[in-house]
Design a protein around this ligand. Structure first.
Ligand code: G
Ligand code: G
Ligand code: MN
Ligand code: NA
Length: 253
């Protein structure tokens, strides 16, 4: 018995959780958004990282089920944030597999109900690798979601394939620099050059650029020097439950 077979039951019983990792503007460290991340705290084989159970869930055919749960939970959370934090943008991750199902249509219906003003505060993260596999129907669905106001972010930027072609085609609002390039930023080496190049590219395209996995003060300082707009990582904040995130937002001047 593998844990992923318990997923439908976990969803029904409310065992899954969305946590929020704040995203800060590097110029003044102000929280301007968050990434919603999935957690399964009580899985039968111990607390599971989505990096481990999401691929298993996809293989078991549960991608769309999981993604609908993520969308519904996110929208419930946003109902609280719309009122109390008018400028906060929240990004979310969907399985590449579920883009090829009725999930995009489902999301579109939800965005229709929200209206463009509120839809603009939602940002879908999509990896370069999954972008390379999108067919015309999915491209069309993503296009409609964006016309409805939703923002698009390229996740894990720099580690996929054909990145520049997809960047050119999609003209995403946001580029998220993968944390593997942030790790070595404090040493004067290849990572520094790569990040400098990625930031320049993103800024030249008019994209917002976000560094992921920032763990030290040095990394944060260098990213700001290189012109990176925003960052997230353990140096700033761990992912946290919605109530804690709201409290943090309310404590901001
Ligand atoms: O939060 P963590 O670092 O454990 O996440 C590991 C991986 O799981 C990341 O690649 C992340 O994009 C992915 N992930 C996190 N939350 C979700 C989610 O809600 N849905 C999907 N499909 N993937 C997620
Ligand atoms: O692939 P994606 O970018 O969606 O993955 C985000 C994942 O990175 C989340 O699972 C989150 O828990 C994790 N994460 C967030 N901040 C840090 C950090 O500072 N260091 C490391 N190693 N992981 C982080
Ligand atoms: Mn992500
Ligand atoms: Na990433």
């Amino acid at each position: 018995r593998f844990a992923e077979h318990n997923l439908p039951e976990a969803i029904r019983s409310g065992a899954l959780q969305l946590v929020f990792q704040p995203r800060v503007r590097l110029a003044d460290r102000r929280i301007v958004g968050a990434e919603a991340l999935l957690r399964w705290p009580g899985a039968s084989i111990g607390a599971l990282s989505p990096g481990c159970f999401v691929p298993a869930a996809e293989r078991a055919g549960y991608a769309a089920l999981l993604d609908r749960w993520v969308i519904d939970s996110l929208l419930r959370a946003m109902q609280q944030l719309f009122a109390s934090a008018p400028d906060c943008v929240v990004s979310f991750n969907l399985s590449a597999a579920s883009l090829d199902s009725d999930v995009p249509r489902y999301l579109l219906t939800q965005l229709d109900a929200l209206g463009p003003e509120r839809a603009r505060r939602l940002e879908m993260e999509i990896t370069e690798t999954s972008m390379a596999r999108l067919d015309d129907d999915i491209l069309d669905a993503i296009d409609r979601l964006r016309r409805q106001g939703m923002r698009l972010a390229v996740d894990d930027f720099g580690v996929g394939y054909a990145s520049l072609t997809y960047l050119k085609q999609f003209r995403t609002e946001v580029i998220k620099i993968d944390r593997s390039f942030v790790t070595g930023l404090a040493e004067e080496g290849i990572d520094r050059h790569i990040v400098e190049g990625l930031v320049g590219l993103a800024r030249g395209l008019g994209c917002e650029v976000v560094a992921e996995g920032v763990e030290t003060a040095d990394q944060a300082r260098i990213l700001a020097q290189l012109g990176c707009h925003q960052a997230q990582g353990y140096y700033f904040y761990q992912p946290m439950p919605l109530a804690d995130f709201r409290q943090l937002l309310e404590s901001q001047p």
